[in-house]
Design a protein around this ligand. Structure first.
Ligand code: TRP
Length: 454
C-alpha cells in the first residue's frame, strides 16, 4: 500500500480548508440573518461565537486528524480502541453521505442558473414573480433537477478521484483565488450602483447589514449565531479532521485555523455587502435564502446595468462556494473507505459518489413529484437539512470536545497543537476552561435546536 498523501504546502491546506468552510452558508444565509438579527451587534456576537466555539472545535479536529493520520472513524478507534468512541466518527461519515446528497441538489440549482445566466442573462425575468414562477417550474420538474444534481456530483467525483494533491488541493488552489476576486468585483459593483430613486440607495443596504441594534440581538439571535458559527466552519462531522489528517507535523495549527476563520468571516461579510447594496439600490426588498437568490436576483440582473456579466459572476461564485465544500464532504466518505476498508481511492469515489447521487434523487424531487413524501411535516430535502444541521453536527462537535476532555486528555491535545507552533504545554487549565465553555455553548445550540429555536 502506498503511504498517505499529504498537502504540498501550508497554502494548499489552508485554501482547501477555507474552501470547505466557505460555502452556500456564507453567501446566502449569513447576510440575511445578520440583517434581521441586529446588524453589527449580531456580527460582534457572531465573532465571539466563532472564537468561543468555532476555534476550539476546529483545533480539536485538526489535532485529532494530524495526530492519528486517519479518517474520523479510524482516528477515534486508534486513540480509544476499547470503547465504541469510533461511533462519533461513524456519525460524521454518515453525516457526510446525508449532507452531500442534498447539498448537491442545491449546488445543481446554482449550476443550472449559471447556464441560464450565460445563455439568457435573465433578460426575460422582469420581476421576482416571473422569475419565481420559472424557478418553481424548474425545481418541480421531474427530470431537470435530477440532471443538474447528477452533473454536479460528476464534477465532485472527477475531482476527488484525482487524489488529495492532484484533485482536492489543485482545484482549491485555482478556485479560491478566483472566488475572492469575484467577490471583490461584486462588492465594488454593488457599492457603486446608483439608487433607482432618492429613497433607495446602496448605502441603505449597508445600513440594513450593519446598523447597530442591541434590541434585535435576543436569545434566538444569539443561538442562531452560535449554530451558524459551527455550520459555517464545517465542524462536527470530521471534515476538518480529515483535512487535518493530510498534514505534516511542521504545520502551525492555530495559525492555519485563524486564517480559515478570518477568510470565512470576510467572505460572509463581503457577500453581505455585495448582496444588500445591490438589492437596496435597485429598490427590491431583502428576502431570505432561496427566494432571494433564485427569485429576486434574476429580476435584479435583468434590470441592472451590466446585469448579464454580474449574473454570471454571481452564480459562478455560488457554484465555486458549493463545489469546494462538497469536495470536503466527499473526502470524508472517501478517507473512511480507503483507510478502514482498504478500498482503492478511484473505486471508492465512483462507487460511493454514485450512491450519494442516488440518495439525493428524492431530495431533488422533493418540491415536485415527491412533495408528499413527508417526515415530521417536512419534505425529504428539508428533513435531511434539519436532521444534519440541528442534530448531527452539534452533537458530533459536542462529543468531540467531551472526548478530548475526558479521554484523549488536554495534555495530549496541547502536545499535538504545539508541534509546528508555539509551545502550549503548561496551559492545561486555560484550555480546559475554554473547552468546557465551548461544550456549554454547543450544548445550548443543540438543546435550542431540539426545542425549535434558532
Ligand atoms: N461550511 C459550509 C457552508 O458554509 C457547509 C458545511 C457545514 C459543510 N458542514 C460541513 C461543508 C461539512 C462541508 C463539510 O456552506
Amino acid at each position: 500500500m502506498r503511504g498517505r498523501e499529504h498537502w504540498s504546502s501550508t497554502v494548499g491546506f489552508v485554501l482547501a480548508a477555507a474552501g470547505s468552510a466557505i460555502g452556500l452558508g456564507n453567501v446566502w444565509k449569513f447576510p440575511y440573518i445578520t440583517g434581521v438579527y441586529g446588524g453589527s451587534a449580531f456580527v460582534l456576537w457572531y465573532l465571539i461565537s466563532v472564537i468561543v466555539i468555532g476555534l476550539p472545535v476546529i483545533l480539536i479536529e485538526f489535532a485529532l486528524g494530524r495526530h492519528t493520520q486517519l479518517n474520523p472513524v479510524g482516528a477515534f478507534r486508534r486513540l480509544a480502541p476499547e470503547k465504541p468512541y469510533w461511533l462519533i466518527g461513524a456519525m460524521g461519515v454518515m453525516a457526510g453521505f446525508i449532507i452531500l446528497s442534498y447539498y448537491s441538489v442545491v449546488a445543481g440549482w446554482t449550476l443550472n442558473y449559471l447556464f441560464k445566466a450565460v445563455i439568457t442573462g435573465f433578460k426575460e425575468y422582469h420581476s421576482p414573480q416571473v422569475a419565481g414562477e420559472a424557478f418553481k417550474a424548474y425545481i418541480t420538474h421531474p427530470v431537470k433537477p435530477v440532471v443538474t444534481h447528477l452533473i454536479f456530483m460528476l464534477l465532485v467525483i472527477l475531482i476527488v478521484a484525482r487524489g488529495v494533491r492532484m484533485g482536492v488541493e489543485w482545484i482549491n488552489r485555482i478556485l479560491m483565488p478566483v472566488m475572492f476576486f469575484i467577490i471583490l468585483i461584486l462588492v465594488v459593483r454593488g457599492l457603486t450602483l446608483k439608487g433607482v430613486s432618492p429613497e433607495r440607495s446602496a448605502f441603505q443596504g449597508l445600513q440594513f447589514l450593519f446598523h447597530f441594534d442591541l434590541r434585535q440581538l435576543n436569545g434566538r439571535a444569539m443561538l442562531t449565531a452560535l449554530g451558524h458559527a459551527f455550520f459555517t466552519l464545517s465542524l462536527g462531522m470530521g471534515a476538518m479532521l480529515t483535512y487535518g489528517s493530510y498534514l505534516h507535523e511542521k504545520e502551525n495549527l492555530l495559525k492555519s485555523a485563524l486564517w480559515i476563520a478570518v477568510a470565512d468571516t470576510l467572505v460572509a461579510l463581503l457577500s453581505g455587502v455585495a448582496i444588500f447594496t445591490t438589492v437596496f439600490a435597485l429598490g427590491f426588498e431583502p428576502n431570505k435564502g432561496v427566494g432571494l437568490i433564485f427569485n429576486v436576483f434574476p429580476a435584479i440582473f435583468s434590470q441592472m446595468p451590466s446585469g448579464e456579466v454580474v449574473a454570471v459572476l454571481f452564480f459562478l461564485l455560488l457554484l465555486i462556494a458549493a463545489l469546494t465544500s462538497a469536495i470536503s464532504l466527499m473526502e470524508v466518505v472517501t478517507a473512511y473507505f480507503v483507510d478502514e476498508r482498504g478500498w482503492e481511492r478511484k473505486k471508492t469515489v465512483w462507487v460511493w459518489g454514485t450512491v450519494i447521487f442516488l440518495l439525493g434523487i428524492p431530495s431533488s424531487l422533493s418540491s415536485g413529484v415527491l412533495a408528499n413524501l413527508q417526515f415530521l411535516g417536512m419534505n425529504i430535502f428539508d428533513f435531511l437539512d434539519y436532521l444534519s444541521f440541528k442534530y448531527l453536527l452539534p452533537l458530533g462537535g459536542l462529543l468531540m470536545v467531551l472526548f478530548t476532555l475526558k479521554r484523549w486528555k488536554i495534555a495530549s491535545f496541547l502536545q499535538e497543537l504545539s508541534r509546528g507552533g508555539p509551545n502550549w504545554s503548561g496551559k492545561e487549565k486555560i484550555f480546559t476552561a475554554l473547552l468546557v465553555l465551548s461544550a456549554i455553548f454547543v450544548t445550548a445550540t443543540f438543546v435550542a435546536g431540539i426545542w425549535g429555536i434558532g
